[in-house]
Each structure stands twice: as C-alpha cells, then as structure tokens.
Design a protein. Sequence first.
Length: 186
Amino acid sequence: MATPPQQPFPAQQPYSAQQSFPAAQQPVPGQQPFQPQPGFPPQGQHQLPQGFQGHQAQTFCRLCGGFPAVEATVRGHQGILIMMRFLSLKGPFCRNCGTSVWRDMTGKTLLQGWWSPLSLVILTPLTLLWNVFTRAKLNKLPPPVPGQPGMQLDPGLPLRKRPAVWGALIPVAWVLFMAFQIARGS
C-alpha cells in the first residue's frame, strides 16, 4: 500500500498580528510551567547595571541594547550629477555604536557628497555640519556599561586616519580650478 509523502511542516497559514502560537500557550501534560529563576528579571523587563539603579532615563542603544544611550540622527548625503540622495539613521545610540555609524556615514559623505552642483555648494557642507553636532552629543556619553545584551559596533579608525578624509579635497580642487579658469580668462 502506497502512503502519501509526509510534509515536514504543517501547511502554512498567512501570519497576522492577532495569531499566536498555541503550542507555546498550552502547557504540556506532566510538565511544570516555566518559572523564572531567582535573581533574574521577568522577561521583557530590563534591569539596570549596578551603579545606575537610580538613573531615570532608560534609553538603550538600538543596535546593541547598551546603556547609556542618547537619541541622535546621523545623516549622509550623495550627490549624483543631476540627482542626489539623502541618508539618515535615527535612534538612540550608545557611544561606541554611535561613533561607528557617525564615522561610516561621514566618511561616505566626504567621498560621495560633492558630485552635483547643489550638493557641492550647499547640501554636503550642511550635512557635515549636522554630523558635527551629532558627534558632540555622542561624545558627552560615558562608555557603555560592560555586559551588554548585544554586540557593539567597532568604532574603528578615527575619521582623520581613514582614506575617505581625502574626499574633503574635492571642493578645494573645485575652487582652485574655478580660480584658475577666472585668472586664465583675464
């Protein structure tokens, strides 16, 4: 007698926000329901590290879950001849993750931000200025508390030691070129 092939998983139904997982809600007969261990906070509640117990602001980094964190927006800009692209990453950041994101987006803006006329004159300088204020906000934070729930981003090399910093010479070269053209025409 031939048996139909068995499917490894039951037929999938479209997921909706109202659905729940019934197997997780119903206890298995003969098994004790889950009880949290003493000393551990209940699931979904954060316990602040020692020394921060009286701290009221419970802002955690969106990337690693680290504490303390500050609400900030890091911006980037790409000028593409006749088009342009605006980039941003919002969220509370701890000092390490915020510094990493800031260095990455500012470096890319230094290389890619100057390549349209409006970007060269107005938008890229404003984006870089915005990021200076964001960096000042991140520098005011103390280092993250050890033992965070997630991996922190590596800040890497300082911006002044990265090859992207050479992108700052693009507007200087443009100004020198324009000055040369004006002097040559006279």
